[in-house]
Design a protein around this ligand. Structure first.
Ligand code: FES
Length: 123
């Protein structure tokens, strides 16, 4: 409801939708300038982020909706290198700590990967 949000002065607050592993969709008001990882942590979304955004892990792996993947800034080489280590990598995978919310990303949809990084418990 963009008109209502604008009238209430919330026009700076894009929405990000997380799709959990069970298919549940959670739409969240996402302040610009925060990463998808930070937004997940603030809203109890189960996205690990072991290195807290320093590009030293791949536990913040998210799968971006294909339409949104095209809109995101291209991943840097460091991110690509870390993504190569992510479990369940897809063509639209990104690291959540490297996606910074902007007004242009209002409506962004990301899914949490179904798999875990623990190879011993692969289904
Ligand atoms: Fe470690 Fe994103 S939190 S790379």
């Amino acid at each position: 409801m963009p008109a209502l949000r604008r009238a209430e002065g919330f026009e700076q607050m894009p929405k990000v939708t997380f799709i959990k592993t069970d298919g549940t969709r959670v739409e969240i008001d996402a302040p610009t300038g925060l990463s998808v990882l930070e937004i997940a942590h603030r809203n109890n979304i189960d996205l690990e982020g072991a290195c807290e955004g320093s590009l030293a892990c791949s536990t913040c792996h998210v799968i971006v909706d294909p339409e949104w993947y095209e809109i995101l800034p291209t991943a840097k080489e460091d991110e690509e290198d870390m993504l190569d280590l992510a479990f369940g990598l897809t063509h639209t995978s990104r690291l959540g700590c490297q996606i910074i919310v902007t007004e242009e990303l209002d409506g962004l949809i990301v899914s949490l990967p179904a798999g875990t990084r623990n190879m011993m418990q692969d289904k």
